[in-house]
Design a protein around this ligand. Sequence first.
Ligand code: 5AD
Ligand code: SF4
Length: 445
Amino acid sequence: MASSALALSGLRIFIRTFGCQMNENDSERMAGLLAAAGAAPVKEETAAEVVVVNTCAVRAKSEEKLHSYLGRLQSRRRDRGLIVGVAGCVAELRKERLFGPRGTVDFIVGPDEYPRIVDIVAASRSRRVLAVGRTRSWREGGQSLALRGNPASAFVTIMEGCDNFCAYCVVPFARGREKYRPLRSILEEIEGLAGRGFKEVQFLGQNVNTYRDPESGEDFPSLLLRAGAIEGLVWIRFLTSHPKNFTPALVAAMASSPKICRQLHLPLQAGSDGVLSRMKRGYRREDYFRLVADLRDRMPEIALSTDIIVGFPGETEAEFRETLAALEDIRFTDIFSFRYSPRPLTAAARLADDVPAEVKRRRLLDVQALQKDIQSGLNAGFIGRTIRVLCTGKSKKDEKVYAGRDEGYRVVNFRSASDVLGRFVDVAVSSAGPHSLRGDAIQVL
Ligand code: 5AD
Ligand code: SF4
């Protein structure tokens, strides 16, 4: 490490992150490793000597954003020796194009190579570096050093990759098969976080429900219960869950521990059995509804959010209306909705992308309009109530205005006379919109 520390001493590095929470956590870990080796993370891209772009490949649009960002960096790369590196899912997927003779980057670091980021950046100062490849088991790297973006809530990656091969999804090709982090390493990290005053952890993985400790075989419910026993930690969340792997034991573990937030992100993707089957999701509409009923039976206040794809190949108007009906029945607190786009290597890429663009656009608008009404209605029900909020942000414009989330992961903006960043606060809700609640702090815990 000593030579690397010298090699990166003072080197100004900017990390730009696209995509999911997993990428955010990977960036936090890379930043931590680089800083420990002497590099200086900077907040402005223009001040950097090295830019690392952590990329997302899940939808065509995310990849387009990357290419336009890389395009903008090229003149500084050519004229002023800026070093540009690409990490994350696109690194793995598009390595030939990015690294070829007409490539636009100086180094590529695939998701399994992050623990070597210091050596890769050091080497990239004298030559182009391609560091990709697949490991079969979890590789430790930088967890304890992570430079976290949030003062109270920490992401903790517990598994990586996915074995499901949903027909539309590129993740298994970009991130590889499922790899699980040893339980003792996870517990060590969260004990450290609790000791440093973090109030919340969010376990991350593409499919956290299938987690198994590679050493003891202990499963995900067991991990949750062990985490729940750690002193100091108050809220525990996890994502993403797959409906087909959500076992009764997991429902029971959630219900039995008050520290596990009554909140779940549970991607439905589509409301009709035909589309679900073509998507190879492994459950039917009825199974999903039964799981929701079970969760609400055990935890009546649970907040559920979801992902929806419209315009999957062959989706008829009738099938699409089943998605709308499912949204109306379930009443999610939040949804992330997307137009289907074909992704390389996936099974669905071999199907005709036959729903016309304007139909996809209209279906997306229909989904979003319906969901906006649902959220307005649900959030209006909070007016006049007092809710507990973990404060994680502060307004830049008004120093008395703070932001945080409640147990259900709703965004809450509120006024407070004292500085409450990083604290739990009880907020009296006075107004609500479809995307947030507003109110005043009445008690700081
Ligand atoms: N087209 C559109 N949306 C997609 N997603 C994943 N792959 C695609 C695709 N090819 C969405 C899914 C997933 C979320 C992270 O992104 O809804 O849950
Ligand atoms: Fe993609 Fe399906 Fe795996 Fe989620 S479960 S990452 S949608 S393949």
